[in-house]
Design a protein around this ligand. Structure first.
Ligand code: NDP
Ligand code: AKG
Length: 451
């Protein structure tokens, strides 16, 4: 049996019902085939069988009391996937769709993404099926305190350092951090994405979106092209989407869309960042319908009007696309539509937003395609810069952190593209990013013996 088939059939048997995890593993394994042909040591050390199995997966009950005094129960998760090159690092997602397969796909991606940053961080991820939408601040605080009451015993500033992801921003990190301190009595950099006055890093809030745009800039520069003057479609309207839109505007491009789980906005003359931030930031999540009430030349389309099986954000004519909401939000039909309309670049702010068929369509068309592992790595990289600042009890300026972020993104681009070239597929940054990320982790595993 082939490496891919054999591995997939084993994980499907041992971890049933985790389709997103199988999808993430299959994509990585497809990319690794040429490396395994070239270098036998990875098979000899049984790296694949080891790397697809998390070092540890913690599942726990989170009990909290709602505003009516009723006891509520959610499930909490933390996957500590790989510590080969550093402490476990990765965000927490609070969303009703969270289950073990989602957490494992995200944790698995994080191993290679974190390696690509060039920084010493291992891979982890966590979260809960708790839905922060419609909850009061007090309910969110009580949930976070209960979540941390179990999690604190598994994390630490050199062990495992969680951060934000969907549904987890500065407010949630604050409640989690407060409870960690209460339980341990220790003021340490155990979480990243903290607010600035209590240990956060300047530019961490902006980092994932800014990083995706810096990555797109490196891609365009490789073809003697530039962001200025380009039209961009962006999905999502959370942390990643907002700062993607902000940086695109700063660099002279025109972002014309944003979306959420209820609908999307098309604003041909360009998204108004102030309006978007007013509707969406600081714990607010108002409907984008409000945006179209303020900007009469913008069009709002609710999800109920979407064509079946399609995300119409990707039907807007554009040069550049930044999927920045969630996994599998862009399918083959969407990819074909983007290509038909002349899109020349896709940079993934979200984790695994394109289905495997969509990814193949982008690679076949040889457009500039930055997979999430590479294009959205600026968030976790800046989290590591936050850890460095915490460890040295210093705070760097915004310019210092942003400058480092920009360099890191360019180096990720170079590492993925040079590796793609080494394996004879210069345009294929999926292959380049996966091999470059994997090689460093796998070599560390070999050095460290059968653990
Ligand atoms: N934050 C970070 O630093 C990083 C985030 N990422 C990835 O970026 C993506 C976005 O994260 P982030 O911006 O932080 O999260 P936020 O919670 O801030 O925003 C998520 C946005 O995506 C929308 N969304 C989420 N799920 C769906 C869905 N099923 N269908 C339609 N829209 C949806 C949300 O809409 P609504 O509010 O209506 O649910 C919201 O607009 C995720 O894939 C995340 O893993 C990657 C690297 C780092
Ligand atoms: O900042 C971090 O540690 C993690 C960010 C994250 O969750 C991601 O890269 O997907």
């Amino acid at each position: 049996m082939s490496l891919i088939k054999d591995t997939l059939s084993r994980i499907q048997q041992s971890s049933p019902g985790e389709p997103e995890f199988y999808q993430a593993v299959e994509e990585v394994l497809e990319s690794l085939e040429p490396l395994f042909k070239k270098e036998k040591k990875y098979s000899e050390h049984n790296i694949i069988q080891r790397i697809v199995e998390p070092e540890r997966m913690i599942t726990f009950r989170v009990t909290w009391i709602d505003d009516k005094g009723k006891i509520q129960v959610n499930k909490g998760y933390r996957v500590q996937f790989s510590s080969a090159i550093g402490p476990y690092k990765g965000g927490l997602r609070f969303h009703p769709s969270v289950n073990s397969g989602i957490i494992k796909f995200l944790g698995f991606e994080q191993i290679f993404k974190n390696s690509l940053t060039g920084l010493p961080i291992g891979g982890g991820k966590g979260g809960s099926d708790f839905d922060p939408k419609g909850k009061s601040d007090n309910e969110i605080m009580r949930f976070c305190q209960s979540f941390m009451t179990e999690l604190y015993r598994h994390i630490g500033d050199t062990i495992d350092i969680p951060a934000g992801d969907i549904g987890v921003g500065g407010r949630e990190i604050g409640y989690l951090y407060g409870q960690y301190k209460r339980l341990t009595g220790s003021y340490e950099g155990v979480l990243t994405g903290k607010k600035i006055p209590w240990g956060g890093s300047l530019a961490r809030t902006e980092a994932t979106g800014y990083g995706a745009v810096y990555f797109a800039d490196s891609l365009l520069t490789s073809r003697n092209d530039q962001l200025a003057g380009k039209t961009a479609v962006v999905s999502g309207s959370g942390n990643v989407a907002i700062y993607t839109i902000k940086k695109l505007i700063e660099m002279g491009a025109t972002p014309v869309s944003c979306s959420d789980s209820r609908g999307f906005i098309y604003h041909k003359t360009g998204i108004n960042l102030n309006t978007l931030q007013q509707l969406k930031e600081q714990g607010k999540n108002e409907s984008l319908e409000e945006y179209a009430k303020i900007h009469k030349d913008a069009k709002y389309t609710p999800v109920k009007d979407y064509p079946k099986g399609r995300n119409p954000v990707w039907s807007i004519k554009c040069d550049l696309a930044f999927p920045s909401a969630t996994q599998n939000e862009l399918n083959l039909a969407d990819a074909k539509e983007l290509l038909k309309n002349g899109c020349i670049l896709v940079a993934e702010g979200a984790n695994m937003p394109s289905t495997p068929e969509a990814v193949h369509a982008f690679l076949e068309a040889k457009i500039l395609y930055g997979p999430g592992k590479a294009a959205n790595a600026g968030g976790v990289a800046t989290s590591q810069l936050e850890m460095s600042q915490n460890a040295s009890m210093l705070q760097w300026s915004f310019e210092e952190v942003d400058g480092r972020l920009r360099n890191i993104m360019h180096n990720i681009y170079l590492s993925a593209s040079q590796t793609a070239e080494e394996f004879g597929q210069p345009h294929n940054l999926v292959l380049g990013a996966n091999i470059a990320g994997f090689r460093k982790v796998a070599n560390a595993m070999i050095d460290q013996g059968a653990v």
